[in-house]
Ligand binder design. Structure first.
Ligand code: SF4
Length: 364
């Protein structure tokens, strides 16, 4: 056996022996730490010892567990009161430490799509994948089905005349004073020619006119203005009255795509709002906790009350959470909260009976 393989074998035996002697079967989180001190992987388990021992039983070297433990020079772990607490702690550690194996193996958030309104002089609507912030002004999601989402979003941009080009051509407006610079009269863009973009690249609209269309798009996404759907419905009716059935059919399909978009937003909002409650969790050794969850994110965590004064503290915290949590818009979820929302939604989906323990915040 080559020396490096023998050294690796020795190290794995030593790690295994440490886990066997010291780890306990309690809920907790663990960290795989490389020789250089880098945390390469963070995991959680209801039974830390059993979980850690499973890393040394991998049948094939290419298995995920075998690959992770081969990188580890040390394994650290700590205990928490419950599996739910372990889930939250794991998420916080992953966000803080960004271990490379977690990143490489993470699939959930990257499979979701988000809708964003970009910044800049001529904002546009875009579909994003993953949850990493990229400086957009408003982000909505998560959604599944990026392609369909993109088609619906295109319909919204078309109906309002918003640009959808990715190039960084300078945008300017008709009311922008610029001596010596005469913008071209046409951008050579089909969307402008057929009236689907107001043409901020050729100073066709005023800044206020374009801003107004962006505001209408935002109102539609926020669920406060169905104007684009109503306009398409009106145009469809007119086409139908004129016996232009082909055109009426095309307008019906466009309206349907916008309705799909609105329905997706309604479902997303409902999912976030339905994850708003106080969730009591029994912990080991009597360390019971109450988690105050609002819009899918834990806003406060308190010991389960055992006295009248502790009940008072809980009531105060519930009132604070119910009133203080900032909302960025009726239907938008702050980007930095999306990971936690996904993790908590997945927890209650996998453990539906847990939902029955939850009490709406409004019931306190
Ligand atoms: S008209 Fe200009 S701003 Fe609009 S989509 Fe085309 S290139 Fe972009």
């Amino acid at each position: 056996m080559p020396a490096t393989a023998a050294a690796l074998e020795d190290r794995l035996l030593e790690l295994k022996s440490t886990v066997k002697r010291q780890a306990e079967d309690r809920p907790g989180v663990y960290r795989m730490v490389s020789e250089g001190g880098e945390v390469v992987y963070v995991g959680k388990s209801k039974r830390v010892r059993t979980r850690l021992m499973s890393y040394f039983r991998a049948a094939f070297p290419e298995e995920k567990g075998a690959r992770i433990v081969r990188e580890a020079a040390a394994i650290e772990w700590s205990y928490v009161p419950s599996e739910f607490a372990a889930l939250l702690e794991e998420l916080r550690l992953i966000k803080r430490l960004r271990p490379r194996f977690n990143h490489a193996m993470k699939r959930d958030a990257r499979h979701y799509a988000f809708v964003a309104i970009t910044r800049g002089p001529a904002p546009r609507l875009v579909v994003l994948r993953g949850t990493g912030a990229r400086g957009e002004s408003v982000v909505y999601g998560p959604f599944v089905g990026a392609q369909r989402l993109g088609e619906s979003l295109r319909e919204l941009s078309d109906s309002l005349g918003l640009r959808d080009c990715t190039h960084d051509r300078r945008m300017r407006y008709s009311d922008q004073q610029e001596m010596f610079i005469a913008p071209p009269r046409t951008p050579g863009c089909i969307r402008f020619e057929i009236g689907k973009c107001l043409g901020p690249c050729v100073a066709a609209p005023s800044a206020a006119a374009y801003r107004e269309k962006v505001a209408q798009a935002r109102a539609f996404l926020d669920g406060t203005n169905d104007g684009p759907i109503e306009r398409l419905a009106g145009a469809m009716q007119e086409a139908s009255d004129r016996l232009e059935f082909e055109r009426a059919g095309a307008l019906r399909d466009k309206r349907q795509r916008l309705e799909d978009l609105r329905d997706q937003f309604d479902r997303m909002r409902f999912a976030a709002e339905s994850l708003t409650f106080a969730y009591p969790v029994d912990g080991i050794d009597g360390d019971h906790r109450v988690y105050l969850i609002r819009r899918g994110v834990v806003r406060a965590e308190l010991p389960a009350p055992r006295s009248a004064s502790e009940s008072g503290h809980l009531q105060d915290a519930i009132r604070r959470v119910a009133s203080d949590t900032p909302l960025t818009g009726p239907r938008s979820i702050p980007r930095h909260e999306v990971d936690e929302l996904l993790v908590i939604a997945a927890w209650f989906k996998a453990h539906p009976a847990e939902m029955e323990k939850a009490t709406p915040l409004s019931h306190y």
